[in-house]
Write a protein that binds this ligand. Structure first.
Ligand code: NDP
Length: 292
């Protein structure tokens, strides 16, 4: 292996420790715990797992969480009523609507309703718009891209002036990751399902962020020698040697890419833990903004 492994668990723990210290200081000053309201609609097992991991993290860092578990057939009006109630609640600092929502619900309308001061996922169009504008700052940076950039900076990867390729253009990962990289003066290429000759575009990348949701799609010989590779993908791959019958892999063929890259995140243990750590950081920040 030539690449340095980017230990997301370690960096996530550092962020969590910093948040816990700030939360403890607030408590010592007699302030209420920063509190995250989670909204889970339906019974998707993966979504329920993500939400419970976020609630567990809140408890571990001395923060509060309030769980709202709603039936899969909830109406748009009912869901919007809850979001409006959470926007007004003095007990709630951050609101997390676990995505994806069932298909009968209008995700965009729900995300737009979340008050900007409580949008700890950073998905509201106002936050993303601010991220895209020069000289403006979002109140909250979307957690997964925030985690990706944090890892690159902590590993000492030079972002300014680098050629960065972001594979994927979703609202929650690819697009905000590209905007963050531009903001840090990288030259950014965004690739998607219609990009022609992906390997040759990717071979130019000093920094590569892969977020497409296709197991081990990106091959080792597409990676520029010495590049920093951040693999956001979380995919399950059949594996008869595992009790569960599957194992998690990223969007990058790790075994191949680690022989060429300069830095690489593993899956699991790379970007995943950072996403939750950044959500905790954003929630603590929300409490600071609302009650300095
Ligand atoms: P989406 O499905 O919303 O977006 C996928 C993107 O990849 C789209 O822009 C799509 O292009 C592009 N794409 C799909 N297939 C190809 C292809 N063959 N070649 C080039 N581009 C392609 O996914 P998300 O952004 O929500 O998630 C991506 C991955 O990241 C998933 O594995 C997800 O589980 C994981 N994830 C991990 C998180 C973490 O904490 N580690 C958090 C969030 C997501 P187009 O726009 O043209 O359709």
């Amino acid at each position: 292996m030539t690449a340095q492994l980017i230990d997301g668990k370690l960096f996530a723990q550092q962020v969590r420790d910093e948040v816990a210290v700030n939360v403890a200081k607030r408590s010592a000053a007699g302030k209420p715990k920063p509190t995250l309201a989670t909204v889970l609609v339906g019974d998707r097992v993966d979504s329920a797992t993500y939400v419970s991991a976020k609630q567990k993290a809140c408890a571990e860092l001395g923060m509060g969480s309030i769980s709202h578990q709603l039936p899969a057939d909830i109406s748009q009006a009912e869901l919007e009523k809850l979001i409006k109630k959470l926007n007004k609640s003095k007990k709630v600092n951050g609101i997390l609507v676990q995505l994806p929502l069932p298909s009968h619900l209008d995700e965009e309308r729900v995300l737009q309703l979340v008050s900007i001061e409580k949008d700890v996922d950073g998905f509201s169009p106002i936050n993303i718009g601010r991220l895209a504008q020069k000289g403006r700052e979002p109140l909250f940076v979307p957690c997964t891209p925030y985690g990706c950039i944090y890892l690159l900076e902590k590993m000492g990867v030079q972002i300014e002036g680098a050629n960065a390729v972001v594979l994927g253009r979703s609202n929650i990962v690819g697009m905000p990751a590209a905007l963050l990289l531009v903001g840090k003066n990288a030259t950014v290429t965004i690739c998607h399902s219609r990009t022609k000759d992906l390997p040759s575009v990717i071979r130019n990348a000093d920094i590569l962020i892969a977020a497409i949701g296709k197991p081990e799609f990106l091959r080792g010989d597409w990676v520029k020698p010495g590049a920093a590779v951040v693999d956001v993908g979380i995919n399950s791959k059949p594996d008869a040697t595992k009790k569960s019958g599957y194992r998690l892999v990223g969007d990058v063929n790790f075994d191949e890419a680690k022989e060429v890259a300069g830095f690489i995140t593993p899956v699991p243990g790379g970007v995943g833990p950072m996403t939750i750590a950044m959500l905790m950081r954003n929630t603590a920040r929300a409490a600071e903004i609302q009650d300095p």
